[in-house]
Design a protein around this ligand. Structure first.
Ligand SMILES: [Mn+2]
Length: 288
């Protein structure tokens, strides 16, 4: 297993000084960092090359995370928007190649967060799957794996549990498309988290971890981490386990993630680093 975190943990804006964060996460002991696909999209070749070198220097694998904007919605009824989305992700994958990243994750199949203006699921699935088939061909040619994130009813209507994610992936039918499960979303939607992991089996391509209120794993044990650990062992899971903690209110992150109070209890940057270090120790003890 590779342990990672999302880049945004120490702040409340969707931007990042990756040079600083890569060094920080490597020193804590992480071997994976999720970066913003949208950031990669806008970086020039010099910036990408700098990022690639830093990742090698610190031994950190980079994963591109996307919560696509509505203008890139691959399930949209407007063909131009779907084509815009395909172009966006094609460029993202080309940028990923430049930093030697082989993993694209998130709600690639539509946009995030959904505004639920159009919720005809049968038609949205058809359009989304057709778009994903096109992206999958590109991903296969570029040796990139796409893990589709199963969200919850408040954030999408496309993929909200493991069963429908499996069905969706089977319909796309590409070896480079699989599933991302996240304990925060699973806690809302799945009957049984451990069973969902076992049901995903080899189709589980990436795993997000966080408590039920998106605190760091181990902070309140609202998730049955022993059962989750056992399920991951049962399927011999050996890919990414990435924390996605959101504890700071305010800013774009607080608004988009709906963090309406300070879950960090006023933690300083040093205290935040201490908490995530403890959480990594906790996860490794449970999962390895
Ligand atoms: Mn997630």
């Amino acid at each position: 297993m590779k342990f990672g975190t999302s880049y945004s943990y120490w702040g409340n804006v969707w931007s990042c000084n990756y040079c600083e964060v890569i060094e920080k996460v490597a020193k804590i002991g992480f071997d994976m960092l999720e970066v913003g696909a949208d950031h990669l999209y806008h970086m020039d070749d010099d910036e990408l090359e700098k990022l690639r070198k830093l990742a090698i220097e610190y031994g950190v694998e980079l994963v591109a995370n996307s919560g696509p904007a509505k203008e890139y919605d691959l399930a949209n009824k407007d063909k131009n928007i779907r084509e815009n989305g395909i172009s966006f992700f094609e460029k993202v994958m080309e940028q990923m190649k430049k930093i030697d990243s082989h993993k694209l994750i998130g709600a690639i199949y539509s946009f995030w967060p959904s505004d639920f203006m159009e919720t005809d699921k049968v038609i949205a699935w058809e359009r989304s799957i057709d778009s994903l088939k096109i992206l999958a061909k590109k991903a296969e040619a570029m040796d990139i794996h796409i893990s589709l994130e199963v969200l919850n009813r408040y954030e999408t209507f496309i993929l909200t549990d493991c069963k429908e994610a499996k069905k969706y992936c089977e319909q796309v039918g590409s070896p480079n498309i699989d599933i991302l499960l996240d304990t925060f979303h699973m806690n809302i939607e799945e009957d049984n988290m451990a069973e969902a992991i076992r049901e995903c089996d080899a189709m589980l391509g990436h795993f997000h971890v966080g408590e039920g209120n998106r605190k760091l794993p181990g902070m309140n044990n609202s998730i049955d981490w022993d059962a989750v650990a056992q399920a991951l062992k049962d399927i011999a899971y050996n890919k990414g386990v990435v924390m996605e903690p959101f504890m700071i209110s305010g800013g774009e992150v607080g608004r988009d993630i709906k963090v309406w109070r300070d879950l960090s209890e006023g933690a300083s940057q040093e205290q935040l680093t201490m908490h995530i270090t403890e959480s990594l120790r906790f996860l490794k003890k449970k999962f390895l």
